[in-house]
Design a protein around this ligand. Structure first.
Ligand SMILES: *[C@@H]1O[C@H](CO)[C@@H](O)[C@H](O)[C@H]1NC(C)=O
Ligand SMILES: *[C@@H]1O[C@H](CO)[C@@H](O)[C@H](O)[C@H]1NC(C)=O
Ligand SMILES: *[C@@H]1O[C@H](CO)[C@@H](O)[C@H](O)[C@H]1NC(C)=O
Ligand SMILES: *[C@@H]1O[C@H](CO)[C@@H](O)[C@H](O)[C@H]1NC(C)=O
Ligand SMILES: *[C@@H]1O[C@H](CO)[C@@H](O)[C@H](O)[C@H]1NC(C)=O
Ligand SMILES: *[C@@H]1O[C@H](CO)[C@@H](O)[C@H](O)[C@H]1NC(C)=O
Ligand SMILES: *[C@@H]1O[C@H](CO)[C@@H](O)[C@H](O)[C@H]1NC(C)=O
Length: 922
């Protein structure tokens, strides 16, 4: 089907936009969320939908305590935009939002494994030694017997495999997974009809089961995994089918259901690029937080996109956005193999690659040299005296040249099997499809070194491999000396386009071992902010146990102020001397025990000084001493790296993470008072006056940030993160006019067309009929946003006067327009590329007549006034002609019956109109 809508970019013009495309949430054609006016609280949704005269069907009744409305699906998606606008005008309706689709959470599956090989229990002496817990002080709660008992955590995700022995083994009251539901069913893909049922089982995805284990895995497992709060009850709200997306109407329903089911905390490791807290899903989550239930949401996995790439619903006001740091170990679930050397049998672990036909392979090892520090091992063709390698497994050290090249060199001498040994910690799954090779695998560095030493000593080493898919797996933990404790490179950066501080703080999300569905090997190591968020949810439960409060703001403030900021580390480079910016790590890595026991409380979790146009230099916050004795505080300012959004003053697109430049020019703060003593029970307002860093090029939009340090005489050490932008967001170019152009629907490279190309469109309204495809092509509008825009409008500008519509064209913002193409305008757009193939349909449901047109694109500047033309960045496409195929009744009958004859022709009248227009003047 030719999808006419705001599809995510298929191919982007720059590599940055390429990275963005997959995450730009798509609009679902004809589907809308309607929010009723508050006084219509008890209205009957069926009656409401009934009054729409059969034009729409009910997608989902959304009548909840905190949100009253419905989502509806217009049967005629062609005219939906117009119909929705009419619905929005009804007195009973407060607002109408399009349904957007969010993808299944993206995360990296590093390895999976069952529990066939019993491991040494890692809970030495009964104490918690799980590394993500040691990093966040969660182990201290567990060692003290605090497990989140009595707290209910709603998990909005892919469901939970509650039959997993480490997740309680059952579903319902009395079970670990004690409540929840399936809102969608297995076959749901985001576009089809959800088939809800009562069973939130996760058999086919795994994401939600991994998340659940991070919160509450029971210690009865062979890998020493334990949830942060294994005494809580979990609610599983399944919003994804086995594959595909979820609409925000389902997410809004799931949040409200989790809220009404009495969840004390709601966690969701779901998101999509946004940067706007006004997004409807984010707005609903904000409302739940306002009503007293903390909502933690993963910050997003688009770190590579650089600064200003916040994700919804994490970017909502009062929603807690959780960033990721890497684990201090890299666990791996390795397949179990054995080898024989000097008459002894030893075991080793490996990770199968592609190809991976290792079943029953038992061969001696051979290696080209014994140099265990050779970076270019196996990169050169093997010497002439190399034996026939078909009877060996070739052992090669990882490094320098590609895996494929190394395998090719071995295959040139007859090899069929290659094992790589790693040159860093852990293992990875190697892909090296080379003709002649049937198995590749990787072993950890120490295994490879031991084998080389044995070969060098003249021993024969015979390796017995196994099918990596079915071999028993065991857990190997490698120290993560490279990135352990630093912000994960994938963690998305804030702030929002309106300078809300995002994310709030970080927990370990990179290299996390947890439970996985039994159908998918039971355990897995995954990476993503999806893995960070549930740990934060568990920590909220622990703090609720200790402090007795469930107030979202109190707990967020405690976690932010006690978190530990870390230095900035660029991937593959040693850490800089600068603290990582607040837009990357928020308050830093949470320290849960300190948060639970802090007696000094702050009124805020962060401060924003906004940008230069809206500079709010004076920000107040309150420090309260809730302890039993008086404390003397001294406050200071510790700057974090100032991140330049753009690489140069003329650039309009933010640089990718690899090119983010940090400066040590910090903001200076005047803190008043900077030292004072508070008696027990007293509080004080502290006033902070910021001076943005001087001498930085405002055109590069420097985002400065740092921490107000608050050191108490009781040895408390708190910090309050702040940020601001030393430039004008309103002045930033939002529309990349060079990459906003007209292309062809079939050109996946988005090449620009020359002026005056004629597009032959399918008969009006039949663009989805594939039988027209070979004879038609649609104009494709490519809009590239350099920065986010709250509103994009597109005008269809007639360059002819031969149609009534053209003669009656209105003038809006100085351009003559027939109106906007269907689906426009679009609101709250992230930066990146959007593509739109136009079948001639306008937002009012009519079709633009055949003729010569151009499209005028207007993107509202950040903080711009939508009623003023000058507040938009504008671009126009080249002129292009459209005409429609026209079929008569007989032709239509033939087409529908599948008989290929009577092809429709372009109507003569259209040609005539074009001849007229050639002399027309506009
Ligand atoms: C376990 O933790 C407790 C509390 O921190 C500590 O007193 C005890 O020594 C620890 N036991 C072991 C074996 O480490
Ligand atoms: C091993 O390889 C390293 C790195 O290429 C090189 O510096 C060293 O000289 C080599 N050692 C031997 C014994 O060839
Ligand atoms: C920055 O200022 C604008 C304009 O007043 C406002 O809309 C926005 O909310 C402000 N941002 C923050 C974080 O206060
Ligand atoms: C900040 O606090 C001071 C007193 O400490 C007060 O005069 C001022 O009005 C406050 N400013 C804001 C923005 O609340
Ligand atoms: C194509 O559109 C027609 C109406 O124009 C509709 O009846 C039909 O179901 C659509 N087909 C698909 C595959 O969407
Ligand atoms: C469209 O063209 C392709 C390639 O020329 C051909 O294989 C296909 O059958 C055509 N489809 C229709 C519906 O005519
Ligand atoms: C496109 O067509 C219009 C109207 O016929 C004409 O005025 C214009 O010069 C043409 N442009 C180009 C580049 O050929």
């Amino acid at each position: 089907m030719v999808r006419l809508g705001l599809a995510a970019a298929l191919l982007a013009v720059t590599s940055v936009a390429n990275a963005l495309k997959a995450n730009t949430p798509e609009v679902l054609p004809g589907a809308y969320i309607v929010e009723y006016e508050n006084d219509q609280a008890s209205r009957d949704t069926n009656a409401f939908v009934g009054k729409l005269g059969g034009k729409a069907s009910l997608r989902k009744d959304l009548r909840f305590k905190l949100f009253k409305g419905a989502s509806i699906q217009f049967k005629d998606t062609k005219n939906a935009e117009q119909a929705a606008a009419k619905v929005a005008e009804l007195p009973t309706v407060k607002r109408v939002y399009p349904v957007r689709r969010y993808p299944v959470p993206q995360h990296t599956v590093l390895s999976t494994g069952d529990a066939a090989v019993e491991m040494v229990k890692r809970q030495a002496g009964g104490n918690d030694t799980f590394e993500p817990h040691l990093m966040t002080q969660v182990n201290k709660f567990r060692d003290a017997g605090i497990t989140g008992k009595g707290i209910k955590i709603g998990v909005i995700d892919t469901g939970i495999d509650y039959t997993h022995p480490a997740l309680g083994g059952c579903f319902g009251p009395g079970c670990l997974v004690s409540y929840g539901t399936d809102l969608v069913g297995d076959a749901f893909n985001g576009a089809n009809t959800p088939r809800p049922d009562n069973d939130p089982m996760d058999m086919c995805n795994g994401h939600g089961t991994h998340v659940a284990g991070i919160i509450a895995a029971q210690a009865n497992n062979p890998y020493g995994i334990v949830g942060a709060a294994d005494g809580v009850e979990l609610g599983a709200f399944r919003v994804f089918g086995c594959s595909g997306d979820v609409g925000n109407d389902i997410l809004i329903a799931a949040y409200n259901m989790a809220y009404e089911a009495g969840s004390d905390i709601i966690t969701a490791s779901i998101g999509g690029a946004s940067g706007w807290s006004e997004d409807p899903w984010a707005a609903v989550v904000s409302r739940i937080v306002e009503n007293g239930v903390p909502c933690v949401v993963s910050a997003g996995n688009d770190g590579s996109a650089g600064v200003f790439y916040a994700s919804t619903a994490a970017n909502g006001k009062r929603v807690t956005a959780v960033a990721s740091v890497d684990n201090i170990i890299t666990p791996a679930l390795l397949a179990n193999g054995s080898y024989e050397v000097s008459g002894k049998t030893e075991f080793f672990g490996f990770t199968g690659g592609d190809p991976g036909s290792w079943s029953g392979v038992s061969l001696p090892l051979w290696t080209v040299n014994y140099n265990i520090t050779d970076n270019e091992h196996g990169c050169q063709p093997y010497p002439a005296d190399t034996p026939d390698l078909s009877g060996y497994i070739v052992l090669i050290r990882r490094g320098t040249c590609t895996f494929v090249q190394k395998v090719e060199n071995a295959v040139a001498k007859g090899a069929r099997y290659v094992i790589f040994y790693n040159n860093v910690g852990g293992t990875i799954s190697v892909s090296a499809r080379v003709d002649g090779v049937t198995g590749v695998a990787m072993v950890p560095a120490d295994t490879g070194v031991a084998w080389v030493k044995a070969l060098e000593a003249g021993s024969k080493v015979v390796v017995n491999m196994a099918n990596p898919a079915t071999a028993p797996k065991f857990l190997a933990n490698f120290e993560n000396t490279a990135s352990g404790g630093f912000a994960s490179s994938f963690t998305s950066w804030g702030p929002t386009f309106e300078v809300e501080a995002k994310p709030q703080f970080a927990t370990p999300g990179g290299y996390i071992l947890s439970t996985y569905p039994r159908a998918l090997n039971s355990y897995a190591v995954l990476s993503g902010t999806s893995m960070a968020c549930p740990l934060a949810a568990g920590v909220y439960a622990l703090i609720m146990n200790v402090r007795g409060t469930k107030d979202p703001k109190t707990i967020e403030n405690l976690l932010s102020s006690t978190a530990k900021p870390n230095l900035y580390r660029k991937d593959g480079v040693s850490p800089s001397g600068l603290l990582a910016p607040v837009p990357q790590q928020g308050g830093g890595l949470i320290q849960a025990w300190d948060a639970a026991h802090a007696t000094t409380l702050l009124s805020h979790s962060s401060l924003s000084f906004n940008d230069t146009d809206h500079f709010s230099p004076v920000q107040n916050f309150t420090i309260s001493n809730t302890g039993k004795s008086s404390v003397t505080y001294s406050l200071g300012n510790v700057g974090a790296g100032t991140a330049f959004t753009f690489g140069s003053p003329g650039a309009i697109t933010p640089v990718t993470l690899a090119n983010v430049e940090l400066s040590k020019d910090f903001a200076s703060l005047s803190i008043n008072p900077a030292t004072f003593t508070l008696a027990a029970g007293q509080r004080k307002i502290v006033s902070v006056t910021a001076t943005a860093p001087k001498g930085l090029d405002a055109k590069r939009l420097p985002v400065y940030s740092g921490y107000i340090s608050i050191n108490g005489s009781d040895s408390s050490a708190l910090s309050l993160p702040y940020l601001g932008v030393a430039g004008s967001l309103h002045s930033a170019t939002v529309l990349n006019t060079a990459d906003t152009l007209l292309s062809r629907s079939r050109d996946s490279n988005n090449g620009a067309i020359l002026p005056n190309v004629t597009f032959t469109l399918p008969p009006a309204g039949q663009a989805n009929d594939t039988s027209f495809r070979n004879r038609t092509e649609l104009p494709k509008l490519v809009v590239t946003l350099a920065m986010g825009s709250a509103l994009i409008r597109v005008d269809v500008v007639p360059l002819t006067n031969c149609s009534v519509a053209a003669r009656n064209a209105q003038t809006v913002f100085g351009v003559r327009t027939l109106g906007q193409p269907e689906d426009f305008p679009v609101y709250y757009n992230p930066r990146g590329t959007l593509e739109y193939s136009w079948d001639g349909r306008l937002a009012d449901g009519k079709f633009a007549p055949a003729g010569l047109y151009k499209l005028a694109v207007k993107a509202l500047k950040i903080f711009g006034d939508e009623n003023k033309a000058e507040e938009y960045d504008s671009a126009e496409t080249v002129p292009f002609r459209i005409k429609y195929l026209k079929e008569d009744k007989l032709q239509r009958r033939y087409r529908l019956s599948g008989v290929a004859q009577g092809q429709p022709a372009v109507e003569k009248r259209q040609e005539q109109c074009e001849d007229d227009e050639r002399s027309a003047k506009f």
